[in-house]
Design a protein. Structure first.
Length: 291
């Protein structure tokens, strides 16, 4: 960090520079602390001291409020973050980073319509060539997915992928939406892309396994469920999925081992208990046939 500036990344979205030495010597320390968003609690306290004490240097009002909003957001104090972002926007209505930050806080509170409105405004304020616009499209896509507006979610994730094709996250998120829409081939393609880009995460393996299972590619599903189980042998959802795939392949005895472990881990899982009963019947029937 240079001696004459403190750089603040607003949720990875906007960059603010606080010219510390341009302010008075008395306010330089508090400004630096206010900008230290790696320690959000400390930053929020420092920013509040400046705001409440009315000692924010001239020209720094928006930056200090924005920093406190980011700090509150990182501590999941969403109501306070929203209030500060709103105050920022009263001072600077075209501040795209504040619209974006407030949208994230509103999304966390499941206030989806207002979150969409802020993502829309952030996108409108940004130039189409600005790399930060992809974050706004991705946030809006995630919100649409949570709302069940899957076509709009797919459109936004597709926009993100066109802008930054080497990111795994948008492929994975779009894959989840395709999976919900029962577009299994598209889901498999997206999860495969996410896994290729990396790093490979359990959610991508699980999503692809579920799509393969639905597509009757039982061997492929077993391989992906097994990849998850290899990392976490208590992953009940993967054990249950693998049990179903094994059962579909006629390997009821192997399936029984998995489903018994899955239901012991999650005894309240009704779907798991039903599958356990069906597999037990299949094993009993096979034993009777052999006898």
């Amino acid at each position: 960090m240079s001696q004459d500036s403190t750089v603040v990344r607003l949720l990875g979205f906007a960059v603010l520079t606080l010219g510390v030495l341009a302010a008075s010597a008395a306010s330089a320390g508090p400004l630096e602390a206010c900008a230290d968003l790696q320690n959000p609690e400390k930053a929020a306290i420092a920013c509040s001291a400046l705001i409440d004490g009315k000692t924010v240097p001239a020209g720094f009002e928006v930056r200090v409020l924005a920093n406190r909003a980011v700090a509150y957001g990182r501590m999941s104090r969403n109501d306070q973050a929203i209030a500060d972002y709103s105050a920022v926007l009263k001072l600077d209505p075209h501040y795209s980073g504040a619209h974006y930050g407030r949208a994230i806080a509103l999304q966390a509170k499941r206030d989806f319509q207002r979150a969409i409105a802020d993502y829309n405004q952030a996108i409108a304020e940004l130039d189409a060539s600005d790399p930060k616009i992809s974050k706004a499209f991705n946030g809006r896509g995630s919100t649409y997915a949570l709302m069940g507006r899957n076509k709009r979610a797919i459109a936004d994730f597709t926009e993100v992928i066109a802008l930054v094709p080497d990111l795994a996250g948008p492929h994975q998120e779009r894959g989840m939406v395709y999976l919900a829409r029962k577009q299994y081939d598209e889901a498999i393609a997206d999860f495969s892309a996410a896994l290729k880009i990396g790093p490979p995460v359990p959610e991508a393996y699980l999503g692809r396994a579920d799509a393969m299972l639905a597509n009757t590619d039982f061997d492929g599903a077993i391989a992906d469920y097994s990849a998850v189980i290899a990392k976490n042998d208590k992953a009940a959802v993967a054990l249950r999925g693998r049990a179903k795939a094994l059962w579909k392949l006629g390997r009821a005895a192997d399936a029984l081992i998995d489903i018994e472990k899955a239901t012991s881990l999650e005894p309240a899982d009704k779907a798991g208990q039903k599958l356990l009963a069906r597999i037990k019947r299949a094993v009993a029937k096979a034993a009777k046939t052999k006898a």
